[in-house]
Every structure is written in C-alpha cells, then in structure tokens.
Design a protein. Structure first.
Ligand code: PRX
Length: 632
C-alpha cells in the first residue's frame, strides 16, 4: 500500500491527487485484487449527486480482506477479541479461522434464502460473530445494515422497515460492563411491526432464556453446523451496494446512507495505512462499536484490507475499573489506539493512578474521532497516554464520507491541539461564506464543504435520492456540504467547530433533535417540546429539553414526568438520547412563521443570558423572560 513518509512527499502526493485525480486513484486502486479492472476511474455529477468510481470493475471486498492474506498470513491474528469480563479469555482469531467463520456464516445466510442485493439487519454485541456476519454479507453480495446494539426496539423496527431487511442476525443477549442486555427480547418486540423479516439467526452469547418463534428463529450453532466453511465470493460490480448505515438527520426519519463496494474498499484501505502508519505485526485497537461507521471502516474493513491485527473489545472503559483500556494496551502491546474525546474526558477525570499502573510504551500513534477534541483532553491524552512521544491524529470524517477526510499523518504532519490539520490526498475541503463563495484567504471561518468527489462517499440515501440531494448537494451548488462549520488557520490547518444543523453530538453520538422531540411528544401529557445541546464536561454536549405540557399534565408531579419522558426517549431511540435537563414551560419562542428560535434556547441552555440579539421577530417575546426564570 502507498505509504506517505514525509511532509514533502505528502505535499507532492496531495498536489498530484488534485491535479490528476484519475491517475492518482487508479494507482492506489491497483494495489488491491480485482476480478476485472475499471474502464474509467470515476464519473462525478455534484448537481445530481451521481457518482461512479472504478466504472465496470469487478471485485469482492472479502477476497481483499481475507483471501489475499491466506498465502502468507493465514496464521496471523486477524481479530483479537477481548471480552467484556477480564475473567474470560481473549480469543485470537487468525486469518484462516476468520475465513472459515465468514464462509460458514455466508453459507448459512444462503441457506436462509439470502441472495445478492438482499438486506440483512445485524443487531449484535461486539463479539467475533458480528465481524463474521458483516463480512458474510459482503461475501455473498447481501447489503448489511448494522444497527448499534444500544438502540431500542422502536428504533430497530424503523431501520428494518426502511431497508426491508429479509434476515436479522442477533444474539440471545449481550454483556456491557456489569449489565446484560436482552437483545433477542428487543428484536422480538421490534419484529411485531416488521413484515419483511423472514428469519432470525440467533447467536448464543449469554445463554439467557429467550422466546424463539418456530419457523422464524434459528440458533446459529444448530443450523450452521452441517454447512460448508467454503464459500465462493460473489462477483460484485464496483458500484454494487456494500452496506446501509443509518445516521440521524434533521427530520424524525433516520437516513440510510448507502455505501458501495469498490471506492469504499480503496479509500478505507488507503487511509487506514496512512493515518495509522500501520506496519506489519502491529496491534491496532479502535474502541468504537461496529454499529457506527468508525467500526465499519476502521475496526473491520480498513485494517483487514491491510492484513492487520485488529482488536475487538466487547466491554466499556469503566468496567471492572477505570484502568481497563490501559490494561488492555499493556497486555496486548497495542501500537495504535483510536478512541473518542468523550472516552478520553471521562477517563481523564479519574485518578491518574489508573493510567500509571500500566506500561503503555507499545503505543506509537493515538487517534481521536467523532467530535471536536477540546484542548484539555488533547493535552491529557498527549501527556499521560502518549507520554509526549506519540502523534495524535485528530481525524475528521462522517458516516457519509465513509473514511477519514482531514487528519494529520503521524510523523509527517506537525500536529496542533484541536486541529484536524490537513486534508488527506484526494480530498478537497473548502470553506464557503454566507454568499456561498469560496473563501480563499487564511485565516478563515465558514461552512465546510468538499469540492471534488472521493471514492468512499455515500452514493445515496436508501430509497430517497432526493433527500440525499437536498441534504448534501443543495445548500451550496456544486459542493458536498458536510453540515459542519470550520476554521482554517494561516497554515491552512482545519479546526472543526461543530454542527451547523439540528444534529447534536452527545458522547460522540450523532443525535437529531427531531426524533427526540417526536418521542417526547408521544407522551400523553406533552403538547410540544424543543431540544438543544449544552456544553458538558464529559459528553461534550448534553441534552436540554423544553417541554410544554397539555392541560391534563399540569397538575402531575414534575419529577415523575421527567422520568416518564426519559423512559419514552429510551423506548423510542435508546438510552443514549436521554435528556440531562427537562424544563417545563408554558410556551416556546417562535417566529411569526411558527419556527422555534433555537438560538435563544441554546443561549439559555448555555447560561449565556447577556445578549439574545434581535428578538423582535418573535411572536411571543414575553416567553423568553419566563424561560430564563425557570432555567435549570
Ligand atoms: O460534526 C462532525 C463530528 O461528527 C460528525 C459525523 O458524525 P458521524 O457520522 O456519527 O461519524 C462519526 C465518526 C466518523 C461530523 O459531521 N466529528 C467527527 N470527527 C470529528 C468531528 N468533529 C470534530 N473533530 C473530529 N475529529
């Protein structure tokens, strides 16, 4: 794999990638195994949002993730599974073993009638079968739709129905810290409102009792045992869909981002190698969950495409104690460690003794992803984990981008706290001003857009191409709009300042305000609600809800109502979307056209009561005073 080793080489490569993108990407793509090569590197229409990469090429991504390593790496660990409980032994799954697992799972899916193009919904804890399930789908050309195992049954049902998944893969339960989660029970509930699912493949993990429905639900170990562990890879077109992954949007309906095969493979493989400077024999650990894009691209596909050893951790950073991450790093001699600012902040507030107990000298590169990393967390990470000796790669990207877009390259790009620094080769970020003009001077601040197509961009929103165009390609004609605001300093370094839309990032999770408000409004005592984010030391942002009660709700006990409202959110979305503060109000600040003026609520939530700007357009300016008085 092409590996950039110096700043000079980066600058040369970057210039070339912009001036000759066809040549640049085709050389990178040459490093993978193709059944048939492309006749054109790419076609791009930024107005209609139509993109093709590696036109007419044929491949199977699992041949690249697994089979191509079987000649010389078959006994090397591919997946290093670290269970939730430190008392349960870790499992080293070699490339050979992974191949057998994936092929057996692929044959099981075929046995259940899954074929190319069918959707398979995967709702599993972080166990090796999750990796096998994802890759098994890719093996046979089925489209995987992984749903994070913290989502509620209503959220799971919405995702199954949107994608019309035919088969569901889940487990009896899952371990998370000292909790056991009833995953199969949640699936059973979800499936009450889903017609498309014909079979449920159930993995045994916790051994807990679960209701199995005859003719629909199967134990994986039973139905797979007589099936072969050899399965020919399906021949896929480079543009055939690989997966759907849902992300929050500004309406209640989640957006099923659709990624395709060839471009995604080339980009995740290339960026993994460069951003983590992975060398053969290194142990790489990304602490994300495979239910998010970070897990798809940088626990599974990117590392496996490079023949890496990738750690899969089932547990949480605080169980059985706050030393868990550091213990794992010491024990397995982790070389690259990739986590989220929220995890860094939560561990930084605990005693340093948890860190100092362990030898972290194996670490070469530290990564951060998912939200802006604040200066304090950056320095703590640098000083106490990296011992001022490991570059921090602050990687900016999105579910929609498929892979890392802006990031330092270790030992190549000088780092700067809180800055994601420079774009990776082939990526052309720009800042646009309010007149939709590109800002060409530095320093600058504006809307972060991308000017040129790249291989791993999402191709559409499943079943709704117009929404894809409207969300990403309409605000600034001819550009992909990221939804983020950014600063650019004199050196051209980017610093992401945060979302510009109604998405709030809480503990690194993307949460749309609309679905949460919809869930709250389902409560019989609630008339209307509005959610905003406010700064939180650990989560980055926490949620603050302003709720108008119906007449019938006004004599209810407010604390009880708060509990019920949070339960409502938990049931509809999942515990990650619960509110930290709920204030009952008699009205919300609205414009004459009926739009809630969130800017005012945000200021109140942040405790900044100094200047509300122009509130003359409000229909009900008197409400502002009432809300300030009742502020929590
Ligand atoms: O606002 C940016 C923030 O996370 C958003 C994307 O969220 P999601 O699709 O869930 O993907 C997260 C993992 C790639 C972005 O629009 N974000 C992500 N990484 C960073 C970031 N904000 C600042 N700095 C980052 N490094």
């Amino acid at each position: 794999m092409v590996q950039i080793k110096s700043l000079e080489e980066y600058l040369k490569t970057y210039t070339r990638s912009v001036e000759q993108p066809e040549l640049f990407w085709s050389e990178i793509a040459e490093q993978f195994d193709w059944i048939q090569k492309w006749d054109k590197t790419f076609e791009s229409d930024m107005i209609k949002a139509e993109f093709k990469w590696f036109r007419n090429a044929k491949l199977n991504i699992t041949s690249n993730c697994i089979d191509r390593h079987l000649d010389n790496k078959s006994d090397q660990t591919a997946l290093l599974f670290v269970p939730n409980s430190p008392d349960e032994a870790a499992q080293k799954i070699t490339y050979k073993e992974l191949s057998l697992m994936v092929n057996r799972m692929a044959n099981t899916l075929k046995d259940l009638g899954v074929s190319k193009g069918d959707r398979v919904c995967i709702y599993l804890p972080m166990i090796p079968e999750l990796a096998a399930a994802v890759l098994a789908c890719a093996r046979i050309g089925a489209i995987h739709s992984v749903v994070f195992a913290g989502f509620s049954s209503t959220a799971v049902a919405a995702r199954i129905n949107d994608s019309s998944s035919k088969v569901m893969i889940t487990s009896d339960g899952g371990y998370r810290g000292n909790k056991t989660i009833d995953l199969k029970g949640i699936v059973n509930d979800a499936l009450k409102s889903c017609d498309s699912v014909e079979s449920v493949l159930t993995i045994k993990r916790t051994g807990q009792e679960t209701v199995m429905i005859e003719g629909r639900d199967y134990w994986y170990e039973d139905i797979s045992k007589n099936l072969s562990d050899e399965c020919e890879p399906e021949i896929m077109d480079a543009e055939d869909p690989l997966f759907i992954l849902y992300t929050s949007g500004s309406t209640g309906k989640p957006k099923g981002m659709l990624h395709s095969t060839g471009g995604y493979m080339v980009y995740t493989g290339f960026t993994f190698k460069n951003v983590f400077q992975y060398e053969s024999g290194d142990i790489y650990w990304c602490t994300a969950d495979i239910g998010w894009i970070t897990g798809h691209s940088y626990i599974l596909y990117g590392p496996l495409l490079n023949g890496a050893t990738t750690v899969m951790f089932e547990g949480v950073p605080s169980y059985p104690d706050f030393g868990r991450f550091w213990e794992i790093i010491e024990k397995y001699k982790v070389n690259q460690f990739y986590t989220a600012p929220t995890a860094i902040r939560s561990l930084a507030k605990e005693s340093l003794e948890w860190v100092e107990k362990y030898d972290l000298s194996s670490i070469k590169v530290l990564g951060s992803v998912g939200e802006p990393i604040n200066e304090e967390a950056w320095h703590w990470y640098d000083e106490h984990i990296g011992k001022r000796n490991c570059p921090i790669v602050d990687t900016w990207w999105q579910t929609e981008t498929g892979g890392i877009m802006i990031s330092p390259i270790p030992h190549v790009t000088p780092t700067k706290p809180t800055y994601a620094t420079l774009p990776l080769p082939g990526i052309q970020p720009v800042l646009l001003d309010e007149q939709h003009k590109e800002i060409t001077v530095n320093p600058a601040q504006g809307s972060l857009c991308i000017k040129h197509a790249w291989p791993s961009m999402a191709r559409t929103i499943w079943g709704d191409h117009q929404r894809y165009i409207d969300t990403y390609f309409s605000a600034y004609k001819g550009y992909y709009f990221t939804g983020d605001g950014a600063l650019r300093d004199d050196a051209g370094y980017y610093r992401i300042t945060g979302r510009m839309d109604d998405v709030i990032i809480v503990s690194g999770h993307n949460l749309g305000t609309a679905p949460i408000e919809d869930a709250i409004n389902e409560h019989p005592a609630v008339a209307e609600s509005a959610i905003i984010g406010f700064p939180h030391d650990i989560k980055g942002n926490a949620l603050y809800g302003f709720v108008i009660l119906k007449e019938s709700g006004t004599d209810r006990n407010q604390d009880e109502l708060r509990i019920e409202i949070n339960k409502m959110i938990s049931d509809h979305i999942g515990p990650i979307a619960k509110l930290d503060k709920i204030q009952f109000v008699s009205g919300l600040p609205k414009t004459r056209s009926g739009k809630i003026m969130r800017r005012i609520l945000r200021k109140i939530g942040e405790g900044d009561l100094s200047n509300f700007g122009d509130i003359s357009t409000l229909l009900n300016p008197e409400i502002v005073e009432e809300i300030i008085e009742g502020r929590l």
